[in-house]
Ligand binder design. Sequence first.
Ligand SMILES: [Ca+2]
Ligand SMILES: [Ca+2]
Length: 139
Amino acid sequence: MGAIETMGLMITHGAPGGVILDSNQEAAEAFVPSSEKQGKMPSQLEGAMDALISVFYNYSGNEGDAMKLNKGELKELLNSELNDFLTCQKDPRMVEKIMNDLDSNKDNEVDFNEFVVLVAALTVACNDFLQEKKKKSKN
Ligand SMILES: [Ca+2]
Ligand SMILES: [Ca+2]
């Protein structure tokens, strides 16, 4: 409950998605595809980014546009990959709400740029939760 509320809040206020979009250009210029660094193991973070991309296309390729998640594909992804984080998704309106929050260009599909906003928001919410838990266990 808490996580998803925080998420909605952050998406409405444009952060952290806004931050990501602002730095897109710089990030793209600094980006070196892993194929250019042959034989080198990806770092933990690079591996996580790679996984993020793979997961997205695993679901987006099921129906219609292979580059975008429609509502059914988004639901599948949320159910299978974020089951522990989004406990209130049993509510069928939840997928609808997440879809509306994420779909910033209003084409009724979630592309990778829009999906990344969800992951970033959930990661921030997850960090807040963990830090809060740490604080409480200290007292
Ligand atoms: Ca699709
Ligand atoms: Ca969209």
